[in-house]
Ligand binder design. Sequence first.
Ligand code: ATP
Length: 235
Amino acid sequence: MLKINNLHINYGGIKAVRGINLTIEDNKIVTLIGANGAGKSSTLRAIMGLVKKGEGTVKYNDENITDLSTVDIVKKGIVLVPEGRHVFPNLTVEENLILGAYTINDKEAIKNNMAQVYEIFPRLKERHWQKAGTLSGGEQQMLAVGRALMIKPKVLMMDEPSLGLAPILVKEIFDIIKTINEQGNTILLVEQNAKKALEIAHYGYVLETGELKLEGTGQELLNDSRVQEAYLGEA
Ligand code: ATP
């Protein structure tokens, strides 16, 4: 279980996140929704040790990982697929995947993990020789997710995986998130597409200008009139 307690994030004088508590239980999909600038990406980046926490603790299976380096957090099995994909454009699909396994030394394990990634993403297998920069947007997103899976993470955090994708690919990426979860991964999902995220989430949190306003099961939040009004485009 990943537990975030009283997290604060400050950028200079700006209080981007103000004392939030999140519990991400094992094998669940938990989503964090909220408008632009609510502090969602900052929260994921702070958990990963990529931005400084003003205050608060992050515990993973009761171990305090608040001040670990990003590499050590990855070694615990927690990874982030950042917003905007960030694949290495001049490297092939396969080379990008190998780089994802940077904390693993065992060549055989890397090969096995790659085979599993190719099982989830047959399209990446077909295109393993192709330069990542020439993949379509959807394929690049799949590569970014596949690369994160190369270390066989326990907790996969994803920042806006559906951003900029055509509707058919949005469906595909959400189906894939469900499959990855069913294979035993815990998922913390940040999404603008609140409806789709809540539909697959076991639990959700609503973040507004750095504070948690609501929480509940995916279904409870989908049925909540405040969520419908603010995030689902329904009156
Ligand atoms: P979006 O959905 O638009 O990505 P978000 O909910 O992920 O938004 P954040 O990216 O976490 O929100 O940003 C929260 C606030 O912190 C915003 O006001 C943003 O401008 C500010 N912020 C984020 N990163 C930095 C930074 N490196 N320096 C200064 N301010 C920042």
